[in-house]
Design a binder for this molecule. Structure first.
Ligand SMILES: *Cc1c(COP(=O)(O)O)cnc(C)c1O
Length: 373
């Protein structure tokens, strides 16, 4: 058997080592330190946003955005039913209620038809999630937000570099939230970022990130803030990762194309479909198949890691919504969640390995009819 192929693996080089050493050698290891502001400046440039605020992780980025926008008790925030739980958890920790919305069956992001119907007097914000690198329908979301005076917080954790109409995600709502966990497109170990073009919001983000203390009056708290600061150590990795960010983004897209090439002849496999005028990126290659468990088992037996999709939120204890007796509100998210698997995707994965993974998948799909008898 070949060596184990993980789902994901960070791509770290000499610049990362050198920057880390610089932190240690100079003693600048906390959030005070030149790498943090350098990282923020470069990241804002990459997104095309005016401001970027580095934080300790992606969940903190979401929570901080909600707090800075003044969203809390009594408010409702609409989130897609198919996402990583952090999107909804942040809403709950802000004191608001996450309202679950089904997804579009073709592109796996929030369904704007249902979204329209969920908006009421209590709705304060929408958090579209650009799932697996595919941007949500931001034109429609912007229209609905404008009409109903709602904030838009983009969850960009899986979509660094994706674009809508030539504008990068993270630059399409009131603010954009990113994660730099080790399996994301770029990493700082743990880490996150909020981007915005709004100067007032930017100042509130800074305030809440640093205990709610007035920058010019130490130990004077304007609001009950948090410590969501990023360390100079994390930011030193971030700066090194940004140095090769085009390569990191493009390689994942290329890997996805190689998968598509080898799986093209399989009618039983589908990929997500991009909306009009959207440039999708790949976080991890993700496919829908009729019997994902069986494929996952076969891959595991051959030393290949894979992941099921997220469970629909409405079935899980913190966000539970009972099923509608006649017609499920969440049929698309349930169907996509049931059929989805993510495949190894990381810089350094060889085309030969992708070919082998695809052959294993095809072999299982060809056996399917026998199993279904
Ligand atoms: C990774 C991720 C997050 C959370 O980021 P952390 O850095 O792990 O806190 C939030 N939303 C989505 C969609 C994610 O994929």
């Amino acid at each position: 058997m070949d060596t184990f192929i993980p789902l994901s693996k960070p791509y770290l080089g000499e610049m990362e080592s050198a920057n880390l050493s610089a932190c240690v050698n100079t003693g600048w290891i906390s959030s005070q330190g030149a790498f943090v502001s350098e990282f923020e400046r470069q990241f804002a440039d990459l997104i095309g946003a005016k401001y970027a605020v580095a934080v300790s992780n992606g969940t903190a980025a979401l929570h901080l955005s909600l707090l800075a926008l003044g969203i809390g008790a009594g408010d409702e925030v609409i989130v897609p039913n198919l996402t990583f739980g952090a999107t909804a958890n942040a809403v709950i920790h802000a004191g608001a209620r996450p309202v679950l919305c089904d997804i579009d069956e073709k592109n796996w992001t929030i369904d704007c038809q249902q979204l329209k119907q969920l908006i009421n007097q209590k709705t304060k914000a929408i958090i579209p999630v650009h799932l697996y690198g595919l941007p949500a329908n931001m034109q429609e979301i912007a229209t609905l937000a404008e009409l109903n005076n709602l904030n838009v917080i983009e969850d960009c954790a899986q979509a660094l570099g994706a674009q809508v109409n030539g504008r990068t995600v993270g630059n399409l709502g009131d603010c954009g939230c990113f994660s730099f966990f080790a399996n994301k497109t770029m990493t700082t170990g743990e880490g996150g970022m909020v981007t915005t073009n709004d100067q007032v919001l930017w100042q509130k983000l800074l305030l809440f990130r640093d205990h709610g203390m007035k920058p010019e009056k130490r130990y004077w708290h304007e609001v009950p803030g948090l410590n969501y600061r990023m360390t100079n150590i994390q930011a030193s990795l971030g700066v090194a990762q940004l140095d090769k960010i085009d390569y990191l983004i493009n390689e994942r897209c290329r890997i996805n194309e190689v998968y598509q090439h080898y799986l093209a002849s399989c009618p039983d496999i589908s990929f997500s479909e991009a909306l009009h005028q959207v440039k999708k990126v790949t976080w991890v290659t993700s496919i829908l198949v009729p019997d994902p468990q069986r494929i996952q088992i076969a891959l595991a037996e051959n030393g290949v890691d894979s992941r099921r999709f997220f469970y629909p939120l409405h079935k899980q204890p913190p966000y539970f919504v009972p099923e509608h007796p006649e017609k499920s509100l969440y049929s698309a998210s349930q169907s996509v969640a049931r059929k989805g698997i993510s495949l190894p995707t990381f810089v350094g994965l060889q085309d030969e390995q992708i070919k082998r993974i695809c052959m294993l998948i095809k072999k299982q799909l060809l056996k399917l009819p026998a199993l279904e008898q």
